[in-house]
Design a protein. Sequence first.
Length: 197
Amino acid sequence: MSPKQLRGEVTSELLLDAALRVFAASGEQGLTVNAVIRESGVSLGSLYHHFGSIDGLIATLCHRWLDRLLGELATALRESGSAREGIAAAVRAYLTFVQEHREPALLLHSPLADRKSMTRGKEFRDAQEARSSEVGLWIRLHIESGELAPLPLPLIESLVMGPVVAVARRSLSGIDDVGIDEAARLLPERIWRSVRA
């Protein structure tokens, strides 16, 4: 990597990290170009050069953390022996991610991220294709083996991840009527019952 490329990468990282800090501290309303520039110490021109706009910066930030989350889910599935173990491992991996990466989890579960994924859903899905394909392949293999119900892939994903996302959102919003640790203990078996063959 040339010195110029290295500087560009460092600048991008500074902007992405600053955007996450600003979002965590001030929410969507505070996530402005000026706030990110102030927080990062990077020039306005650099933000536009690297990301095109504040929307480009936010989209890149969401992609980065979604890719990491999907990577952790894929690893959990890959390292499990059976479909039942995989479901439990995926639930634990997701909820552990939420606990260990609270600021990125807040962003990924925010109305801002929801709107971006609704308006640019195909783009988000395409950007995560490798990770999504790995999860999809795992599901298909376990349908073919007879462990998982022969349901459409998106339906299985929804049955597995829907309750987990709901618990994550509750926890991140400050509603602590069901703790993440308790959910990690209770959800896998209930989810398994909904998707087993």
